[in-house]
Design a binder for this molecule. Sequence first.
Ligand SMILES: Cc1ncc(COP(=O)(O)O)c(C=O)c1O
Length: 305
Amino acid sequence: MTDGNPYARGCAWTHADGFVPIREAKMSLLDAGFSRSDVTYDVVAVWNGQFFRLQEHLDRFERSMDRLHMNLRVDRDEIEGILHECVRRSGLREAYVDMIATRGWPGRGGRDPWTFKNQFYAYAIPYLWIVEPDDQEVGSHLVIARDTVRIPEASVDPTVKNFHWGDLTRGAFEAHDRGGTVAVLPDLDGNLTEGPGFNVFLVIEGELHTPDSGVLQGLTRRTILELAEEHGLGTHVAPVPVGEAARAEEAFITSTAGGVMPVTMIDGRTLGDGQPGPITLRLRQAYWDAHDNSRWTTPINYDVT
Ligand SMILES: Cc1ncc(COP(=O)(O)O)c(C=O)c1O
């Protein structure tokens, strides 16, 4: 129910219109963020009315903009204020909060990207799950794409969060056609990378393995590596050859949109007893518990007007 709040389904902010209900948010067809995928973005979660690792998401967003030579007319404090206000107006206690920087548009006739006026957009909508909680109880069937490789990092830097999803979407269709529910793409050297919106972990002989390169340095991935260390689990951030998947006793994928999501089958092979594994479940619990830990949370003041 929206209870008369026009922002209850989500609230957006744009330079042109300020704060608007999510369905009224607009962007120009001329924005190169749309026409050229010339854009970077970041997504931070709100859980129990608190941002999770907001400063780290803002750090990554700023670094991504630097890499793309983008400059916004709003500074970090203003961005933070806009994100807070989007969530506050929506009233959402669990939210998916997106901040987007686009190349924008040029002066008349120009096409040199350094002349464009970069744009900022932000919005908060109800929290999104890559794998719904009920489906997480069953676990995902992960398919490692054979016909699709991840765009080489020498072409598109995967550490800059981006909309170049042609390869990831193609991999998702390949996984779907092969009976899978989620896809991970290999790189040109036959090492695992990542999937559409998530990083991947294998558990081999009780230790965690996740690719070191060719991936977004996911903040959920970082949180899991930190929590694993606190739990005394071994971690390996290094190339993970595709063949290693055959040795995995557990696996899971990680994202701000869904947290730690168990994988119970890889390429048709059942992992362990076919249930989400014990290390996966332990880390998933630790991950959600961390959302109440003040070292990583920033409360939203819903009362301020
Ligand atoms: C390609 C890709 N890899 C990994 C991730 C996971 O990153 P994070 O844990 O920071 O959400 C995302 C998130 O959207 C992504 O788009």
